[in-house]
Design a protein around this ligand. Structure first.
Ligand SMILES: [Zn+2]
Length: 93
């Protein structure tokens, strides 16, 4: 999958279509004190009753996410491309 480095896209802040620069999405490390992490740790410790291991089917590939930066207001938003693929996004320069 190939995307241009500069694309036109809707910006929520400007409320119109603007020119956007495309960047790769990098996953940030988990926050240790967020509510979800604390709740999960409590469940593992055994204060919330028994937790049965759920068996999830393995999914093939993942959805590709890119970050868009508006060139007018410099706000960053994300866009997900809907299909699950093993191919990675290439940003043309
Ligand atoms: Zn904008």
């Amino acid at each position: 999958m190939k995307i241009d480095k500069n694309i036109m896209s809707y910006c929520k802040n400007c409320n119109k279509h603007t020119a956007n620069t495309v960047r790769n999405y990098n996953k940030k490390p988990q926050r240790g004190l967020s509510l979800g992490t604390r709740r999960h740790n409590r469940a593992i410790k055994g204060y919330v009753g028994s937790i049965e291991p759920k068996i999830h089917p393995k999914k093939l590939g993942r959805k590709q996410k890119v970050m868009l930066e508006c060139q007018e207001c410099h706000k960053i938003s994300e866009r997900v491309f809907g299909m699950r693929t093993k191919k990675k996004i290439e940003i043309s320069r």
